[in-house]
Design a protein around this ligand. Structure first.
Ligand code: BES
Ligand code: ZN
Ligand code: ZN
Length: 489
């Protein structure tokens, strides 16, 4: 879907969308329709009880010369939070996605809206329009999305520059959603890496480790997870050097399918575990966003990529593995595999790049969904400043986080009688003991945050800026955090 900005409405057929704040009833005037038609728009809006609330829409057909004009009124609510503009854009598209309209004109003329805000409407529209029909061969014409172009009219000069950056973020979110949506016979460690090759065109430097290299480095924890699968593991590092500053690292859990291994999961719902690479997907999408908008930051995105399968070569409950850090782990439950992948990826990025700040993203625990449902991701951190920055950036970006505690009392719950630690603690506080496990691999002096996004990467129903399915959660957190706290330094 192409987005452009213009001073006037285009020639030819289009649907007209008018974003309206609460208590701004002169929709007919804004629609610039002639006398009776203008009054008609207002009556039709009132008849639908449209009052401009956030996310509300009213759709009507107004007489327009010899024909009719499809008009969608979209509520902006009150105030000037960015999310309101994105939500209005999303609501317009939710209404028109399958309408058959090819051109969507979003007219903000005379609305005294900043260019940034106008661009946010387009951003919300583009995000909401994303869906993945690649594997659907029998869609009827009326089931296919129809909007090819959005023309934002009357937005003023700053809108185009704002959109250029937002487009990069929308591209990143779309990339993440694609990776997350693809099933595990299509996205596995090697093919995940292949899809990331497209980042090279944006100037991202890519390093890939295969099984032999990881063996040499002693990544026994990550490789132990992979050994039950015929798909070989990979570790990918994507580096964007948009400044000469010290690098910061984002590390993603990329379990391309999680059967649980020998500690196998129940059959019902297991198909969901194709999206157990949502953390890695978010890291890859964020790298696309940052490089695409040429962020003035030095960022390393690392994904630990494995498939967790049970077979004759799979690791067993009770096995002891040695991580790259040298610490040994008793694998009590092979389904607690994400932490085993992350710990080696985190050791590697510290030793290879000397990073002093690490944020990891992972669909790590079912317990996180019990805690926060599908409304917040969980945040754990060893540094209050980093935690606060992430909380604020995440909220502003529309991908909210909620902080959880860490502490010695939780840490000792993963002590093992046979090794340095075990990979699971008792049932209660499972998300916290998982975070404590990862923390044991964070070296002294390194600021670290862990985002457990298990409840957020996949949505059972559509939201303001996503359809049901992959949400792309995390991309906007990383993008915003880098913009607010790394680039500003
Ligand atoms: N990938 C799962 C966590 C998960 C579960 C994400 C459901 C999204 C939805 C993870 O690898 C896992 O299986 N964790 C176990 C840990 C347990 C064995 C300590 C869990 O949460 O049950
Ligand atoms: Zn698991
Ligand atoms: Zn998992």
């Amino acid at each position: 879907m192409n987005v452009r900005f213009a001073d006037r409405r285009p020639e030819g057929a289009f649907a007209l969308a008018l974003p309206l704040t609460v208590g701004k009833p002169d929709a007919g005037r804004i629609a610039t329709l002639a006398g009776d038609a203008a009054a008609f728009v207002e009556q039709a809006a009132a008849a639908q009880r449209f009052e401009g609330e956030p996310g509300a829409t009213a759709e009507l057909f107004a007489p327009n010369g010899a024909g009719v004009l499809r008009v969608v009124l979209a509520g902006l609510g009150e105030g000037d939070a960015e999310a309101l503009y994105e939500r209005a854009g999303g609501a317009i598209v939710a209404r028109l996605q399958l309408s058959g309209e090819k051109t969507l004109v979003i007219d903000v003329t005379g609305q005294h809206m900043s260019g940034e805000h106008a661009a946010r409407i387009a951003f919300g529209a583009v995000l909401r329009n994303w869906r993945y029909d690649v594997h659907r061969t029998k869609l009827k014409a009326a089931q296919k999305p129809s909007i090819e172009e959005i023309v934002v009219v009357g937005a003023g000069d700053a809108a185009e520059a704002a959109w250029a950056k937002l487009k990069a973020v929308a591209d990143g979110v779309a990339f993440t959603r694609e990776l997350v949506t693809e099933p595990a016979n299509i996205i596995y460690p090697e093919s995940f890496v292949e899809r990331c090759e497209r980042l090279k065109a944006l100037g991202v430097e890519i390093t890939v480790l295969g099984t032999e290299e990881m063996e040499k480095l002693g990544m026994g924890a990550l490789l132990g997870v992979a050994q039950g699968s015929v798909r070989p593991a990979r570790l990918i590092a994507m580096r964007w050097k948009g400044s000469d500053a010290e690098p910061i690292a984002f590390v993603g859990k990329g379990v391309t399918f999680d059967t649980g291994g020998i500690s196998i999961k129940p059959a019902a719902g297991m198909e969901d575990m194709k999206w157990d690479m949502g953390g890695a997907g978010a890291v890859a999408g964020a790298m696309m966003a940052l490089a695409g908008r040429k962020a003035k930051a030095h960022v390393i995105g690392v994904c630990g990529l494995v498939e967790n399968m049970p077979d004759g070569n799979a690791q067993r409950p009770g096995d002891v593995v040695t991580s790259m850090s040298g610490q040994t782990i008793e694998v009590i439950n092979t389904d607690a595999e994400g932490r085993l992948v992350l710990c080696d990826a985190i050791t590697w990025v510290q030793r290879t790049y000397g990073v002093k700040t690490i944020v990891d993203l992972a669909t790590l625990t079912g317990a996180m969904i019990i805690s926060l449902g599908h409304e917040h991701g969980g945040l754990f951190a060893n540094d209050d400043t980093l935690a606060d920055q992430l909380l604020v950036s995440a909220k502003a970006a529309g991908d909210p986080l909620w902080r959880f505690p860490l502490g010695d009392a939780y840490d000792k719950l993963i002590d093992s009688p046979i090794a340095d630690m075990k990979n699971v603690g008792p049932r209660y506080g499972g998300s916290i003991t998982a975070a404590q496990f990862i923390k044991r691999f964070v070296e002294d002096g390194v600021k670290w945050a862990h985002l457990d996004i298990a409840g957020m990467v996949w949505a059972a129903k559509a939201g303001p800026t996503w359809d049901k399915g992959a949400t792309g959660f995390g991309v906007r957190i990383i993008d915003r955090f880098v913009a607010d706290h790394i680039e500003q330094r």
